[in-house]
Design a protein around this ligand. Structure first.
Ligand SMILES: NC(=O)c1ccc[n+]([C@@H]2O[C@H](COP(=O)([O-])OP(=O)(O)OC[C@H]3O[C@@H](n4cnc5c(N)ncnc54)[C@H](OP(=O)(O)O)[C@@H]3O)[C@@H](O)[C@H]2O)c1
Length: 286
């Protein structure tokens, strides 16, 4: 069921070219919805670091899909979401769908702010995305034939961003989902070693996973001049969030969509089809 009233005003998407925002945008447009997808590089622009940009991006929209940058786990996220919700109310937003992360205390604080805001809400709380292997910081390792990370044998039920986008679109367009939290995971929990083995087997070329201690990983990031707040975030993600608390498989995709979550194998096949793993990079010598 679609709300015709909502079709008259654009649906705001914060994170236009992001892994999920781009997919949500494509799906809504294919369904005939008017969208306004924003980020720092769009007009109007939207920058989480500059609250003066928010009102102009929001004005005229009645619902929004919101992805926070860089991650709801960072200390700045809580005050930013508090202020965002205030500006959203002031500028007429009636419904916010927030992309959130599992097992992150900061993310859960942000969720609570939205849930208590008086605006109608959905929370799409996700496990690690499969697309981190193909559209984010793990791509380089796959192309170089060796992914080096500080994750030991923890299992993670990686979720496909296409499933996340399907759930986000359902919550944005069908009022029967209002004020529900969906916890989304893939159907199988895998270690990084297993993920990389599946990718390597399907690609037909050697790619291996190497685990290293978190301090050694952070030292490498430091040598590469990765900003300190990003180093902090990665340490948080690989220690606190990756301590096993998120290993259980959840049924949020089935609950929201009435169909099973996409398996990692299907994600791998789709990604091979996209050609993104075709380039083979030379490993930098130490
Ligand atoms: N990756 C995971 O495994 C995972 C798991 C659970 C939850 N999450 C959550 O997912 C969210 C990210 O969503 P996503 O992966 O769909 O997005 P994404 O792929 O990380 O989005 C990247 C886009 O964000 C824009 N951006 C960067 N900094 C910005 C800023 N200061 N203000 C506005 N836009 C900015 C950039 O566009 P411009 O350069 O044009 O600004 C960039 O194209 C985070 O909150 C994260 O906590 C991620």
């Amino acid at each position: 069921m679609k709300t015709l009233g909502m079709k008259n005003s654009p649906i705001l998407i914060i994170g236009k070219n992001g892994k999920t925002g781009s997919r949500v945008n494509q799906r809504l447009q294919a369904l005939g919805y008017d969208t306004r997808a924003v980020s720092r590089s769009t007009t109007p622009s939207f920058d989480w670091e500059d609250s003066a940009t928010w009102a102009a991006a929001i004005k005229g929209a009645r619902s929004a899909y919101v992805t926070y940058q860089p991650d709801l786990a960072v200390p700045n996220a809580e005050p930013a979401i508090k202020e965002f919700v205030r500006v959203a109310r002031e500028n007429g937003l009636e419904h916010i769908v927030l992309l959130s992360g599992r097992g992150e205390e900061g993310a859960q604080r942000a969720e609570k702010i939205l849930q208590e805001s008086g605006i109608s809400w959905n929370i799409v709380r996700c496990s690690w995305f499969c697309q981190n292997f193909s559209e984010s910081f793990m791509l380089e390792g796959i192309l170089a034939g060796e992914l080096v990370l500080p994750a030991a044998d923890t299992i993670e039920p990686f979720v496909d961003a296409d499933d996340i986008a399907d759930v986000a679109v359902a919550t944005l367009t069908d009022p029967s989902h209002r004020n529900k939290l969906y916890e989304l995971t893939g159907p199988r929990a895998l270690t990084f070693t297993q993920c990389v083995e599946e990718i390597s087997d399907a690609l037909g070329r050697p790619v291996k996973y190497t685990g290293i201690p978190v301090d050694a990983y952070i030292n490498v990031l430091n040598e590469q001049d990765v900003p300190e707040d990003y180093q902090w975030l990665l340490r948080e993600l690989f220690t606190v969030v990756f301590d096993g608390r998120n290993s259980n498989v959840m049924s949020g995709i089935e609950e929201a969509l009435g169909r099973p979550a996409t398996d990692f194998k299907t994600y791998v096949q789709k990604t091979i089809g996209s050609g993104v793993w075709n380039t083979v990079m030379q490993k930098e010598s130490a």
